[in-house]
Design a protein around this ligand. Structure first.
Ligand SMILES: NC(=O)c1ccc[n+]([C@@H]2O[C@H](COP(=O)([O-])OP(=O)(O)OC[C@H]3O[C@@H](n4cnc5c(N)ncnc54)[C@H](O)[C@@H]3O)[C@@H](O)[C@H]2O)c1
Length: 419
């Protein structure tokens, strides 16, 4: 038995060939991770570094882990959510010699013990999602020896900034989410497309003519709304931030308070990054048979626990769809247990999007490995952001014009020096 098999906790190693197929497909469509990042890593900065990858465990994440391992890093992997791991992908990584602690739909306590197993390996570099591993390590007081963290999501960055404000971040953190090449594309186009795709696949329903209440009009919410409209549905935006609400209105969507939007909605979707955005007072005014799904980081954006506690009957009516029935109120359908529907109930982000996001995470990890950054939360430089965008354009054969000397001078007068 190879070490990775002995040390790992996964569902079934026999699924590895299926996982390999998915990783190969992802690789064939990931020119940035498989080309641009590999070139960066070839300087040896990651050699023998202990790197933890704690991101939703599916094919694109596996490709990142493999690329790090090929660069000589000692990689250990866990899922960032108990519902989103693909067991065949976990198996393929173990078969390749990478240690993995994760299985699909594990309980919260098992998922937490998986994170503890990764933490016990004292990773020097962490590629995190939701700050799930970093928070555990910092809260346990065992953050000595961390060279740096690069964080994938809006929620994770918010958590890390809170820790920083409390003076508890003693290592450099790169907010990958805040890089332009991440949130402008992943949160908007990637989550927008994959969320609607997952909902329609799970339900086998039509979007045209539907009313969709969307809680939150951040990057994720606006991507979802765009895709709802593209398929002939009407997005009803529920916001708490007046500027975001005004943007939604000018983007041509309906904007309303929850009490007005919810009774019309055929689908209610959450993308706030907070908890209990949809709860008891909302369920009471929903249409019978409304479909609820979440795209935000927490499984807690829709108060599924309230539904569980109040329901006389709960049953799975179709894979990934649970029906809750509450006497005197009605019945509701919840997709993917209220976890991120595009990942736990679908295929996750499109490959090209994760190629871009993981280019940001990989570049961040590479910068952290070089050890030149100060403790605290920052973002990769705009020149690195531009370098990634230029690489993404170049693989599509798109080259940009250059500004003339005269234009440069003029631009610098208006906007300051170009780096
Ligand atoms: N599913 C995915 O694959 C995926 C991808 C990227 C980000 N995310 C997650 O999605 C969530 C949103 O990300 P984002 O980048 O859009 O964040 P964001 O901060 O840009 O937007 C969140 C919006 O929600 C609004 N909001 C907060 N509480 C609300 C409430 N109770 N009711 C209505 N609106 C409320 C805020 O005003 C804000 O405009 C985060 O948890 C993020 O981590 C998920």
């Amino acid at each position: 038995m190879i070490d990775s098999e002995k040390n790992s906790r996964i569902a079934d190693l026999g699924l590895a060939p299926l996982g390999e197929q998915a990783i190969s497909w992802a690789r064939a469509h990931s020119p940035l991770v498989d080309g641009y990042l590999r070139d960066k890593f070839s300087d040896g900065s990651l050699k023998n570094r202990r790197v933890a990858v704690v991101v939703h465990l599916e094919a694109k994440t596996a490709l990142l882990a493999v690329t790090l391992a090929d660069a000589g890093a000692d990689v250990i992997v866990a899922g960032s959510n108990p519902h989103s791991t693909r067991d065949e992908i976990a198996a393929a990584l173990v078969a390749r010699g990478i240690e993995v602690h994760s299985s699909r739909n594990s309980s919260y306590s098992i998922w937490e013990s998986d994170l503890d197993a990764v933490a016990s390996r004292k990773p020097e570099l962490i590629i995190d999602d939701g700050a799930e591993l970093t928070m555990r390590i910092v809260n346990a007081g065992s953050d000595h020896g961390i060279l740096g963290v690069t964080e994938q999501t809006t929620t994770g960055v918010a958590r890390l900034r809170q820790l920083e404000a409390l003076g508890r971040v003693s290592f450099p953190v790169l907010a990958a989410n805040d890089a332009k090449c991440k949130h402008l594309f992943d949160n908007r186009y990637g989550t927008g497309q994959s969320t609607i795709q997952a909902i329609l696949n799970l339900t086998n329903m039509l979007m045209a003519g539907k009313n969709v209440a969307i809680f939150g009009y951040g990057w994720v919410g606006r991507g979802i709304a765009t895709h709802v409209r593209a398929l002939g549905g009407t997005a009803w935006i529920v916001e708490i931030d007046p500027v975001k609400a005004l943007e939604a209105l000018m983007d041509g969507h309906q904007v309303a308070a929850a009490a007005d939007a919810i009774p019309k909605a055929d689908f209610v979707l959450t993308a706030t990054g907070g908890i209990k955005a949809v709860g008891a007072k909302h369920f009471e005014i929903m249409k019978q048979g409304v479909i609820l799904a979440n795209a935000g980081h927490h499984d807690l954006e829709i108060d599924v626990d309230w539904l569980k506690n109040k329901s006389e009957m709960i049953r799975e009516v179709r894979e990934g769809i649970d029906r809750y029935e509450i006497e005197g109120i009605g019945h509701f359908y919840v997709l993917a247990n209220g976890a991120l529907v595009n990942i736990a109930g679908g295929l996750g982000h499109p490959i090209e999007i994760m190629d871009l996001s993981f280019a940001v995470q990989g570049v961040g990890c590479h910068e952290l490995a070089k050890g030149n950054l100060m403790p605290g939360v920052t973002v990769i430089t705009s020149s690195l952001d531009n370098e990634i965008a230029a690489a993404a354009l170049a693989v599509q054969g798109v080259l940009l014009d250059e500004v003339s000397a005269e234009q440069t001078e003029n631009i610098e007068v208006m906007f300051g020096k170009i780096d």
